[in-house]
Write a protein of this length. Structure first.
Length: 289
């Protein structure tokens, strides 16, 4: 039976939930869908215990099928032993419900908007669109590409379709909030979907080609040159924030060129930001959630 929030006895402890997510590849073991419920393969009414190896992840459809008897428990156990996302290496795609003719992106309290019925890139690094919207058939479609320090893509949204790698240490998708952790208590990205028109990046690191944009709830910091961005509003440009090299020279709200890539003292940059704003990133720049 799935976890319930009303009964504290039946609430699965966080470390067990995390172990289940990691083992199952952060999605339904049958179909890979990243929206899932925690399911006791041995019925809670019979065992009254939370053991990670006895719990799996099922999407709403497969949970209902299992509860009704349409999905045999043997099939669930088989899928649990070889989860869909672990086998595929990435999650099954999930369609987000973005639409309309106005959009808004918030990156560490910096808000960028568009309503010009044309493509819009909220963040561009070295000519690579990291966060933006494509305009098609009268509607905006969300597009996001998140990279790690080696330029490997760990999460991608292409025209509203979300897919993430099964490789990170932990991926947690609850309600409209998606958190990807690179290690224990180290958030890689913490974002919130606000369909049909808004997208919010609250914490984490946006990386590409050696450029790092560190994000906290009240500011964004370009670590490479300690450029601090806080509570800015940008609208009416095809590009909101343009960092690094871009040969197209398109109009943008902020353009930050000449960003150094080597021998960057990341710890010193984050310490400087903390001193300026009273912010509290941990010494290595991770967050403590």
């Amino acid at each position: 039976m799935a976890e319930t929030s009303e009964d504290p006895v039946r609430k699965i402890p966080s470390p067990i939930r995390r172990a289940v997510r990691q083992r199952c590849g952060f999605g339904c073991v049958v179909c890979g869908l990243p929206l899932y419920e925690y399911e006791h393969m041995m019925e809670w009414a019979e065992v009254h215990r939370h053991v990670a190896e006895e719990i799996t992840l099922l999407c709403d459809q497969h949970h209902r099928e299992k509860s009704s008897g349409l999905l045999p428990i043997d099939a669930v156990r088989k899928a649990n032993a070889d989860p869909f996302n672990r086998r595929a290496g990435v999650s099954a795609p999930y369609s987000l419900h973005y639409s309309g003719q106005q959009v808004s992106v918030d990156i560490g309290s910096n808000t960028m908007t568009a309503s010009t019925a044309s493509d819009f890139v909220a963040l561009l690094i070295d000519g690579m669109p990291i966060v933006g919207f494509r305009f098609e058939d009268g509607h905006y479609l969300l597009n996001v590409a998140l990279f790690d320090v080696t330029n490997e893509c760990v999460m991608q949204i292409v025209d509203n379709e979300l897919v993430y790698s099964a490789g990170p240490w932990d991926v947690e998708f609850v309600g409209t909030r998606l958190i990807i952790r690179a290690a224990a208590r180290q958030i890689f990205i913490d974002l919130t979907f606000e369909p049909p028109s808004a997208f919010r990046l609250t914490r984490g690191r946006l990386l590409f080609n050696g450029v790092e944009l560190f994000i906290a709830p009240t500011y964004a910091l370009i670590v490479n040159n300690t450029t601090l961005l806080q509570r800015n509003g940008v609208g009416g440009f095809p590009i909101g924030l343009n960092v690094g090299e871009d040969t197209r020279n398109l109009p943008c709200g902020f353009r930050i060129a000449g960003v150094p890539r080597y021998e960057v003292d990341r710890v010193a940059a984050l310490k400087w930001a903390r001193e300026q704003l009273g912010a509290d990133p941990t010494p290595d720049g991770s967050t403590s959630d």
